[in-house]
Design a protein around this ligand. Sequence first.
Ligand SMILES: Cc1cc2nc3c(=O)[nH]c(=O)nc-3n(C[C@H](O)[C@H](O)[C@H](O)COP(=O)(O)O)c2cc1C
Length: 349
Amino acid sequence: MPGNTFGTALRITTFGESHGAALGVVIDGLESNFPIDLDHLALQMARRRPGGNPLGTKRQEPDSVEVLSGMFEGKTTGAPLAIIIKNTNQRSGDYHDISRLYRPGHADHTWQQKFGIRDWRGGGRSSGRETAARLAAGAIAMQILEKKGIHIQAYTISIGNILAHKRDYDEIACNPVSAPDAEAAILMEQLIERMREEQDSVGGVIECRITGLPSGLGEPVFDKADALLAHAILSIGATKGIEFGDGFACASRRGSENNDQMDADGFLTNHAGGINGGITNGDTVVFRTAVKPTSSIGMQQKTVDMEGNERTIVVEGRHDPCICVRIIPVVEAMSAITLLSLWYEQHGR
Ligand SMILES: Cc1cc2nc3c(=O)[nH]c(=O)nc-3n(C[C@H](O)[C@H](O)[C@H](O)COP(=O)(O)O)c2cc1C
């Protein structure tokens, strides 16, 4: 199965299944002599881990990381840095009854068709748990970018049809949906709780802002900064769309409304979202990604079994009614890995 590696100058390879012994990542191409802040790494892991948010799944996983190689006396050596995260709270029995059924909206059917075998315990590598390994790699990339003055922040701007109308960035850490609008956050929370009671789920939109980026990152033609970010973000399970800057809204505008004019101090607007011709222009990079509603829901749905017989399915287990909040740190992590790789290409290590 190819496709477990991402990046060029900085490359990550992830491995492991949600109900296997451990998940892990090998990070290749890091600079040497960088002091890794393991407390910061643990904090990042806590943001995504199951059980870390009152609105999320009730499954508890500590998600503690173990660095196996590539670090000496607290610093990167430049050798491949390998990290594992042991799985400790699997309840594979939750999946036993549906082991021969395909969960609507999940990857069960396509995996079975393609590989002829699938780990039905939580979805194996198609589980959201795979992203714990990316998060560990992304946390290190983020520490290196922060030292260069580059800051990445993602947050929720809608859940269902409830929109954040404000961008109060100090508010993001103050509510359980990580929204930059306190009033909208309350309504979002209520909607997620209602979905839980109704055994249903709901999607949302995550916005990401990257400040402090120099101009010049991104390789024109196939490795454009926006194309690589899109690859990184759409590789996260449940993300279904991405737009940069004003995105799809540009399509109904005139050029005179949409162009980012300049004066001697720089750009007057940022409709482009900080990237022109695939190259960062020095302004804030802004993108949004659409997250679908969690496919695993407790309501009865129609499906088929592995023999093609029509059946009904109720997905038991501990699932988030909305996965936006858990995807936010993964969006930041994948952005960090992509941009550090582009930085190394442009400026070396
Ligand atoms: C952090 C994270 C947590 C997730 N948790 C769940 C979950 O609890 N239940 C579920 O059905 N899907 C969950 N997903 C989504 C599935 O992984 C995803 O829908 C599945 O792999 C199919 O891929 P697709 O939605 O991109 O087609 C999660 C994804 C991420 C990134």
